[in-house]
Every structure is written in structure tokens, then in C-alpha cells.
Design a protein around this ligand. Structure first.
Ligand code: SF4
Ligand code: SF4
Ligand code: SF4
Ligand code: FES
Length: 948
């Protein structure tokens, strides 16, 4: 296993460019000015004793254990709070220092149980270490005086407990929650001996604002805050560095193992995406991997009304291969296809892509990015030349003004949100463009400078109005544009955007955003030194999703905000490997590296490598597959790690299409909505059970490392290999590193990528090739990938999805922190304590008009379907807008969403659905009168039961 040991240097590094040289215990060390004595000492392998200091937090200076002697100074300064000075001479050990430290440790120990052997942190406790180092085994003060040893334990959080009797009031937890997480949920209540850590105002952790990120647990030097999994499983025996399988932040973790059990997931302080931070999903919600509902045996059935029959891998794969070939014989080569998964590794995704193109012989391959970020690929490729975000996450720390548009980072990308909040607390300006009042608009110590609370579906009008102000008020960066962009395209665009119809005043009636706020936002962004834009699915999942991405790129180019740190256009990717799934050629028209299948030279390289002729025409996109199924020409589908029956819009249409197909092969961890229509079920493997790589939203390729054997015997990539071989197309790989070698050989942006190099560097941001052997943190430096940046016209066209007297409200959708996507993983963890069902947010005025109160059942209907949700009455949404999440199949948010989609990519318009919401006193009655697709899911497709 690849494991690491992290050396905590006590205080964060200084960023000063001035160097000073000091002498510590006779060792000379040169460090940036502002470095603490403690950190400088650590850099020459001298670890000064400490308890309240840790290098993820600013110094605090409370424990007085780190005292040192400084030549020419009186007293014993704390080395964590004292910066080095040029020529300084420091002693970290002496009899006097030992005596002082021993006295401090004795005081701590006097109010601390001395049963280290039975403590869950035995061997990992810094107080224990300090006591051992200083020979303190007992206390002269005895344990009879006042103490906290019977204080009540708070076990309310499902993942960790707080035991005040073990607390040394070092405040590391409080500072971790403030400085790193930015939630400010903890305080130290009381003074002196009576001081105690408290969540909010003496609430339990669960009842407080705590979002269960675990950073306080991470920071705690004792077992006062400790993971319940550590108490239950015992100490770790081994560890490996791997990558979170949830969101596109791609946090790095140390998976600590005891045999085949995960003891805990520790965020990797050397992780380039997360720097030791994590959220409740990656850190704690790993229990799904060993959940009893995992399907561990392949299953087949002749018809979807039959019960499943467990069988061997050989029979299941042979069954699938025979059926697929028979379908091709009967309906033609292009009657089958595959869907790759953004939850699987790059190597697995690449193999499914190869299976479809080379073994099936068609280009009918698509991916779930179709329904999320396909407009990002299209919009950024057309304007900048590359289908990816431009920055590393760390870049935000150099931003002066930040636009967050159509994204809710504190819920969807929490670790990045915490980093962004650090920068905002340092004073960067914030512009939020969102129909809802997301948490970033007002959160502890942060208030958005401007919130443009637009009507759903009017993004393009808003971005045009912002650009209008930039151009007409002379705020465009003319020199940058002249040097970096196609000047003709700029002139044409500037004329278009300067048209009064795009002014904030003219668009106000469309967007609902006061013109003065748009002007204020445009000036803030254009006049800041570094302006960055972060966006999410609230940009892409619209009928003008691609237009909006182009509008964002236009705005960034016009204000000179591309090609250096602190700026950029940054799509926040939803799933852990959605960037990778796109990079690996999962779209029907592109090979890996975004090269069109009609390019003879590119196709020729793949043909000679794979030894088969390949098709030059793009294949079917997911929605076209559904349409073709209903027409009777697309009859077989291999779906790896996707639940299209739940995640794709207009469920009744999807279900009808799936029901029409004659062979659906689902590969997943659990039976899901799609598997109700499947004929073969192949057990999937979790990220803990395989090797490979994920690519996060920063284009960062990180290793996934196997820490346990695949529960069903095969990793996902091995299953695809077997299926290809059963189809008569030979595949032979001994390890996923060989698949990456093939990806590198065939993909210009990956030519320098190997597993060995990732192991050496920790992670790599593509492009990684001869020009950038160690990767590319910032794109478009000096020149755009396409040469000159291209401005494209972005005419605002209203969506055809309009409100009417029948459907007077707009439904929009989003995510919540504790749940992930369709919820298949997080619903099977204790995360349900925070969110056990999807609810409908409705504004008080709309609720009142309908007699709806929080907690009531509400029937939500659109022109395609309907569903029932509990109401939450809140002014987070504006009048006329309702909002829900989509994490639970039974709430069926996509039963309601329509098949409207982006003009360029078919990405569904999830964010705008005209609906009606009514109070439903009797849910069962209401259901009877609303023949919804939900009932298709619920109904007696008896085959979902497992026949054994
Ligand atoms: S778990 Fe995170 S949010 Fe909760 S108190 Fe600890 S640091 Fe704060
Ligand atoms: S709970 Fe842990 S980190 Fe917090 S004050 Fe107590 S000992 Fe320090
Ligand atoms: S922020 Fe995303 S990648 Fe990081 S731990 Fe949370 S879910 Fe995982
Ligand atoms: S480590 Fe310096 S005062 Fe606690």
C-alpha cells in the first residue's frame, strides 16, 4: 500500500519573500520572515513539544508547552507565537524548560483520566505523547479535586462523540471550525477551570449549526473528539492514500484499515485539492461500501417481469454478450450502445468507451455528463479552446472579486466552499447570481456584496447585461483583448452586447434583477484586480446552457480575467469523475481528449491501436437512444454506474424507452431504478475495491487505491474486459496502470501521465505532456489553447417552458450537503439524519395563497408528471419559484422535469419547469387521481425481488 506520514510543523508556513537565518540548538536554518520558531525548528528536525499548535491553524499560544530560550531575551517565549528574527539564537531544550513543561503536563493530567490503555486514541494522543516524552506518569495534584471527569458525553452526532472529560481546552477544535471549515459552530464557554467546549449555545453537536465536516475531530489532540468508527473498529493496521468517490472537489484521503474494515478516512494534509480538509460525505459516509444491500452475485432474467436469478460471472457475461450480438444481428450494428459512469475511474470509463466503439462497433456511447456539464465542454471549447475549468482550487486565494453563479458550493462542493470562504473573510468581494438565497449570500463573517436574485431561465440576459455594463462603461481590458483575443470577434460581440436591448435597464423586466444591482456587480468584477467565476449546474442545465457558458467566457475575456492565478472560468463539477468521464471520450462524437470521430487522422491512430475499423459518424446521445428505443431501432444498453431511470428528466419517457429495450445490462453496487428494467445485473465495485484514477474539477488526476478486495470478486474494469472478450474482441490488462498507459499513448493531453508519476507528484493536472511534464495548474497562460480567444454572440432566447395559469410556478432543483446525487450511496449511511427526504421549498406568499404550511404534503404537477413532497415554507426562494432536491427515488423530482434541453448538447433543462403546487390533505387519494410515473416505479415489477 502507498502510505504517508505527515509531519505537523506546528504553525502554517509564512508567505514572505524575505529570508532570515537563525540558529536553533546549533543548527542553522533559513526561512521566510514571519515563520514561527516552532516551524523553523521542525524544518531542521527539532520538534518542540506542543499541544495547542497544529500547522493547519494559526498559532494560539494557550498551552505553554512550547516554551524556548532565546539568547538575549528574558523569560521563556512560546515558540509557536514567536516569529524568528535574523541572527536569532534559540535553545529548545534545557533542564529549566523540561521542568516548566513537566509542570504544565502534570496540570493537564490532573484533570484527565489515566486509562490510556483503554482509550480509543491510545497511541494517537498528543497529551499521551507529551506525558511520555516528559516522564509524567502520574500527577502530584491527585484526582480528588474539582475536575471534569464525570461530564456528560455528547454522542448526538452519528459519526463522532465529544467527551468533555478528555478535553484539555486547547481550542484547536474551535479554531478548526472557524478557520478551516468556516462554520463557527463551536465556542469555549466559561473561564479558567470552568472553560468548556460548546457547540453553539450549549446545544448538542447534532442540534447545532455543525455540518459534521469532522475538522474539529481531526484537530483534537486527545480523544475528546473522536470518530465512533475508531471506537468500534479499533486502531488501524494499515493505510493507503486514495481519493473521495463523491463530488468533483476530489479530496485526498488516507484510508485507515483494520483488516478489511475501514477504521476511518483521514483527509490528507498533503492532498492538493483539499489540504487536509473534508466534508461529511467523504470523511464519514463510507458505510455504503459494506452495506447489506450490496448485490454481490451476478444476476440474469429473460424478461423484466421475471424474478432475478443469481448466477456465475461467466454465465451472466455470456448471457449479456449473446443477447447483444443477437440484437445486432436482428436490428443492426447500431441497435446497441453503452453509458459510462462519472462515478467510475478514468480507466474503467475509457474501457467502456473502447468496448462500445471497438467491440460493439458503434459510436453509441454517452455519459451522465450529458445531463450536467456537457454545455461546459461545448461552450469553453468554442471560446477558449479547451473543455475544462481553467484554474486550480488554490487559485481562489488570489481572487479579489468572485462571481458564484448557478452553484451552491457550501452544499455541493463544501471543501472548496470553505477555501473560498477563507478568501472572502480576507476581504475578496462576492457576487452571487442565483434565484435562491444560498448560504453564501449571508453566512458567519461573510455577506455577498451583491446578490442578483434572477428568475430561473434568465441567466443569459443577466450575463449579457453584466457584459453590457463592462463594454459601455469603458471597463473592458482593451490591451488584453488586443493581445489575447480575435479582435474581429470582439468588435462584433461588443457591438451586439452594447445594444440597449442588453442593458440592465432593458433586461430588468425579464430577469427581475434591479438594474442598479447589475451595474454595481459589473463594476465590482471589472475593476477588481483578479476576477474569477465559479459556476455549476444552475448555468448548464438550461435550454441556453451552452450560450450561458459562452457568455461567462466572453465576460472573463472582456475583463482580462483568464490566464493567471486568481482569475478564470471554473465549472464546479458534480460527480467525482465527471471531468474524467468527459476527458476519456465518453461522448458519442469524441475520442479521448475531445477529438472528433470524423477526424480521419485521429480515428486512424485509434484504429491501428485497437486493430478494428471505427465509425466516423457520431453515435446516439442518451436522449436519442431513448427516442430510438421507442421507435424500435435501439434495443440493447450497457449501463455502468448510472441510474438513468432516476437521474434523467421526464421519467415516464425514460421508463417507456427502457421497457422497450430487449437487453439492458446494469452494473452497479445496488439494485436501482434502472435495474427494474434490466435483464442482466453485474455487481459493481466501490472505490475502496479497485485501483485507478479520478479527475476532479481542476483537471487534477489523483490515484484511487485498492484497500480491500472486490466484494463480488471482480473490479469494474475487469468486468468490462470479460464482456469484451465474450463479445469476441480481445482485451488484456494485468492492472489499471496499463489502461492508463494506453490512454496516455492515445491522448495528447495525457501523454506524460503514468501511475508512477502520480505516485511521485501526488496528483497531476492535465495537460501533462512534453510541454508540461508535471502538469498544468493554470490554463491559457500567455495564449489560449485555441490560439486567440473567441467572443461568441449570446442572444438571450426565453425558454419555451413558461408559466401559465395552469402551471404558475417555476420549479428549480439543487443539492444538499449530506446527500449525493441520486442518493444511492448516502441514503445508505447515517447521513439520512440530516436529510431523510426531499422537500419542496415554497415562498411564504405562495404558500399562504395555497393554504400550505411547513410539513404539509404538497402535490407538484407539471405538464409531464407529478409528485408529492413535504413543504418547507421559506424566503430562501423568491415568490413564484419552488425548489427541491433529487436525492430520493420516491420523491421523483424528475417525474416532473420535462424533456426540454440545451440547444447544443441536449443537456436537460432541469432548472426550469413550470408547475402547480397544491395542498394535499390525503396523499393516497391524490395519488389515485394522478397517474404518475412514480407509480410505474412503485408498481409490481415483481422482478426486482431477487430469486435465489
Ligand atoms: S464537525 Fe465541522 S462544522 Fe461541526 S463543529 Fe466540527 S469543525 Fe465545526
Ligand atoms: S475537544 Fe479536543 S481540540 Fe477541542 S478543546 Fe478539547 S482537547 Fe482541544
Ligand atoms: S468535498 Fe467532495 S470530494 Fe471532498 S470530501 Fe466532500 S464529497 Fe468528498
Ligand atoms: S503549542 Fe505553543 S503555546 Fe501551545
Amino acid at each position: 500500500m502507498y502510505a504517508i506520514d505527515y509531519r505537523d510543523r506546528g504553525t502554517p508556513p509564512s508567505t514572505s519573500s524575505t529570508l532570515v537565518t537563525v540558529d536553533i540548538d546549533g543548527r542553522s536554518v533559513t526561512v521566510p520572515a514571519g515563520t514561527s520558531i516552532m516551524r523553523a525548528a521542525s524544518l531542521v528536525d527539532l520538534d518542540v513539544p506542543k499541544l495547542c499548535a497544529t500547522d493547519s491553524l494559526e498559532h494560539f499560544g494557550s498551552c505553554r508547552l512550547c516554551l524556548v530560550e532565546v539568547e538575549g531575551r528574558r523569560g521563556y517565549p512560546a515558540s509557536c507565537t514567536t516569529p524568528v528574527a535574523d541572527g536569532m539564537k534559540v535553545r529548545t531544550t534545557s533542564d529549566k524548560l523540561m521542568q516548566l513543561r513537566r509542570g504544565m503536563i502534570e496540570l493537564y493530567v490532573s484533570d484527565h483520566p489515566l486509562d490510556c490503555v483503554s482509550c480509543p486514541s491510545n497511541g494517537h494522543c498528543e497529551l499521551q505523547d507529551m506525558a511520555d516524552q516528559h516522564g509524567v506518569t502520574d500527577t502530584r495534584y491527585g484526582l480528588d479535586g474539582a475536575n471534569h471527569q464525570h461530564a456528560e458525553v455528547d454522542a448526538s452526532n452519528p459519526y463522532f462523540r465529544f467527551d468533555p472529560s478528555l478535553c484539555i481546552v486547547c481550542s484547536r477544535c474551535v479554531r478548526a471550525c472557524d478557520e478551516v471549515q468556516g462554520t463557527f459552530a463551536l465556542t469555549i464557554q466559561g473561564r479558567g477551570f470552568g472553560s468548556l467546549v460548546s457547540a453553539s449555545q450549549n446545544e448538542s453537536f447534532l442540534a447545532s449549526e455543525c455540518v459534521s465536516c469532522g475538522q474539529c475531530v481531526e484537530a483534537c489532540p486527545t480523544a475528546a473528539l473522536v470518530e465512533k468508527s475508531v471506537i468500534e473498529t479499533g486502531p488501524a493496521e494499515s493505510a493507503a492514500i486514495t481519493t473521495c468517490a463523491y463530488c468533483g472537489v476530489g479530496c485526498s484521503f488516507k484510508a485507515e484499515m483494520r483488516g478489511e474494515d475501514v477504521v476511518r478516512m483521514v483527509p490528507n494534509r498533503d492532498g492538493h485539492a483539499n489540504h487536509g480538509h473534508a466534508c461529511v460525505k467523504g470523511r464519514f459516509a463510507f458505510g455504503y461500501a459494506t452495506h447489506s444491500e450490496r448485490v454481490l452475485s451476478p444476476m440474469v432474467r429473460d424478461a423484466i417481469t421475471d424474478p432475478w436469478r443469481e448466477t456465475s460471472w461467466e454465465e451472466a457475461i455470456g448471457f449479456a454478450a449473446t443477447r447483444f450480438r443477437a440484437l445486432q444481428e436482428k436490428y443492426g450494428r447500431d441497435s446497441i450502445g453503452g453509458i459510462t459512469s462519472s462515478r467510475c475511474t478514468n480507466e474503467e470509463t475509457f474501457l467502456v468507451m473502447k468496448l462500445v466503439r471497438a467491440a460493439f462497433g458503434t459510436n453509441n456511447v454517452d455519459t451522465c455528463a450529458r445531463v450536467c456539464h456537457s454545455p461546459t465542454g461545448y461552450g469553453l471549447k468554442s471560446t477558449l479552446g479547451e473543455s475544462a475549468g481553467t484554474q486550480a482550487f488554490d487559485s481562489v486565494m488570489k481572487s479579489d472579486a468572485i462571481i458564484v453563479v448557478g452553484a451552491n458550493p457550501t452544499e455541493g462542493h463544501p471543501v472548496f466552499a470553505s477555501r473560498m470562504k477563507q478568501r472572502l473573510r480576507e476581504g475578496a468581494k462576492l457576487i452571487v447570481i442565483d434565484p435562491r438565497t444560498i448560504a453564501l449570500v449571508r453566512t458567519p463573517h461573510i455577506e455577498a456584496d451583491v446578490h442578483l436574485q434572477l428568475r430561473p431561465g434568465t441567466n443569459v440576459a443577466v450575463v449579457n447585461a453584466l457584459a453590457h455594463v463592462v463594454v459601455t462603461e469603458g471597463l473592458a481590458k482593451d490591451d488584453y483583448i488586443a493581445e489575447r483575443c480575435e479582435v474581429d470577434s470582439y468588435r462584433t460581440w461588443a457591438t451586439f452586447i452594447a445594444d440597449p436591448k442588453n442593458s440592465p435597464e432593458a433586461t430588468e423586466a425579464i430577469t427581475g434583477v434591479p438594474a442598479s444591482l447589475v451595474r454595481k456587480a459589473a463594476r465590482i468584477f471589472a475593476e477588481a484586480g483578479n476576477g474569477s467565476i465559479y459556476y455549476g449546474l444552475g448555468v448548464t442545465e438550461h435550454s441556453q446552457g451552452s450560450t450561458m457558458v459562452m457568455g461567462i467566457a466572453n465576460l472573463a475575456m472582456a475583463t482580462g480575467n483568464l490566464g493567471r492565478e486568481g482569475v478564470g472560468v471554473n465549472p464546479l463539477r458534480g460527480q467525482n469523475n465527471v471531468q474524467g468521464a468527459c476527458d476519456m471520450g465518453s461522448f458519442p462524437h469524441e475520442f479521448s481528449g475531445y477529438r472528433h470521430v470524423s477526424d480521419d487522422a485521429v480515428r486512424g491512430v485509434f484504429e491501428s491501436h485497437w486493430g478494428v475499423p471505427l465509425q466516423s459518424e457520431p453515435g446516439l446521445r442518451i436522449p436519442n437512444m431513448f427516442d430510438a428505443a421507442l421507435e424500435g431501432s435501439f434495443m440493447g444498453l450497457y449501463v455502468q454506474g448510472e441510474d438513468i431511470a432516476q437521474s434523467d428528466p421526464n421519467t415516464s419517457h425514460v421508463v417507456a424507452a427502457l421497457s422497450a429495450m430487449e437487453c439492458i445490462v446494469v452494473q452497479d453496487l445496488f439494485l436501482n431504478e434502472t435495474s427494474k428494467y434490466a435483464h442482466v445485473f453485474l455487481p459493481g465495485s466501490s472505490f475502496l475495491e479497485k485501483d485507478g484514477t479520478f479527475t476532479n474539477a481542476e483537471r487534477r488526476i489523483s490515484r484511487v487505491r485498492k484497500v480491500m478486495e472486490p466484494k463480488a470478486g471482480l473490479a469494474d474494469w475487469e468486468v468490462t474486459v470479460k464482456l469484451a472478450n465474450a463479445l469476441g474482441y480481445p482485451m488484456d490488462y494485468a492492472h489499471p496502470s496499463e489502461i492508463m498507459d494506453e490512454i496516455a499513448a492515445l491522448t495528447p493531453t495525457f501523454t506524460g501521465v503514468t501511475f508512477d508519476k502520480i505516485d511521485r507528484l501526488g496528483s497531476i493536472q492535465w495537460p501533462c505532456n512534453a510541454e508540461a511534464p508535471e502538469g498544468t495548474p493554470t490554463m491559457h497562460v500567455g495564449t489560449f489553447v485555441r490560439g486567440k480567444g473567441k467572443f461568441l454572440l449570446t442572444e438571450y432566447l426565453p425558454t419555451t417552458e413558461r408559466t401559465s395559469s395552469r402551471f404558475p410556478l417555476i420549479l428549480t432543483t439543487g443539492r444538499i450537503l449530506s446527500q449525493y446525487n441520486v442518493g444511492a450511496q448516502t441514503r445508505r449511511t447515517a447521513n439520512v439524519v440530516w436529510h431523510s427526504e426531499d422537500v419542496l421549498e415554497i415562498h411564504p406568499s405562495d404558500a399562504e395563497a395555497r393554504g400550505i404550511n411547513s410539513g404539509d404534503w404538497v402535490g407538484v404537477t407539471s405538464r409531464v408528471g407529478g409528485t408529492l413532497l413535504h413543504a418547507v415554507v421559506t424566503d430562501r426562494v423568491q415568490p413564484g419559484v419552488v425548489y427541491t432536491t433529487f436525492h430520493f427515488p420516491e420523491s421523483g423530482a424528475n417525474v416532473v422535469t420535462t424533456e426540454n434541453s440545451d440547444w447544443a448538447t441536449n443537456c436537460p433543462e432541469y432548472k426550469v419547469t413550470a408547475v402547480q403546487a397544491v395542498l394535499v390533505p390525503k396523499p393516497e387519494e391524490w395519488r389515485k387521481h394522478h397517474p404518475m410515473v412514480l407509480q410505474v416505479h412503485d408498481s409490481a415489477l415483481s422482478g426486482q425481488g431477487v430469486g435465489v
